[in-house]
Design a protein. Structure first.
Length: 179
């Protein structure tokens, strides 16, 4: 699936959500306006990811494999610019690899404090057996609430980061060693 040369300018949860994908290309799009207004729990209309792009497997057996997010303008979302939610309630996905985030402008995201995660690019989880790969290259990641590249302790990917212009730093938390 390829989504190219388009404008997506609003979403009550996320602007673009991709679940269980193989060979997805999101290229040369404008992605803006994730608002965090979808009622996630009765009486609580906040706390959604509110990301520009939310990539997730959707289930442990569903893939997030061969994904290219390139040359997009991802701006002014309530939550992260890009959320790679590669974890599920049942554990890490069997396949979560070959993801490229290249040549994007990721600015002004994290406009609200209510989304549970903040940052230009936020990474959770990864491929269950390890060895999954994420390339983050040649992006401009500036002016986002939180860091430029942020990861939880469950990140289980090899992350290659190069040639990015970043404001806000890299915050990749590593899991604690067993005691």
């Amino acid at each position: 699936v390829s989504v190219t040369d388009s404008r997506f300018l609003g979403g009550r949860r996320n602007v673009v959500s991709a679940t269980g994908v193989i060979d997805l290309r999101l290229e040369r799009n404008v992605i803006s306006g994730g608002t965090d207004t979808y009622e996630s729990n009765p009486g609580r209309p906040y706390g959604n990811p509110a990301a520009g792009i939310d990539l997730e497997p959707g289930g442990r057996g569903a893939p997030a494999l061969v994904v290219r997010i390139a040359d997009n303008r991802i701006v002014d979302n309530a939550g992260p610019g890009i959320l790679l939610a590669l974890s599920t309630n049942a554990g890490l996905p069997v396949l979560g690899s070959q993801i490229e985030i290249v040549g994007n402008e990721i600015r002004g995201n994290g406009r609200k404090t209510s989304p549970p995660q903040q940052g230009g690019i936020v990474v959770n989880g990864g491929q269950d057996a390890g060895g999954g790969r994420l390339l983050v290259a040649d992006n401009v990641i500036e002016g986002n609430r939180g860091g430029a590249l942020v990861g939880r302790p469950d990140v289980n990917l090899v992350i290659e980061e190069r040639g990015n212009r970043m404001q806000g730093g890299i915050f990749l938390q590593r899991a604690r060693e067993p005691q």
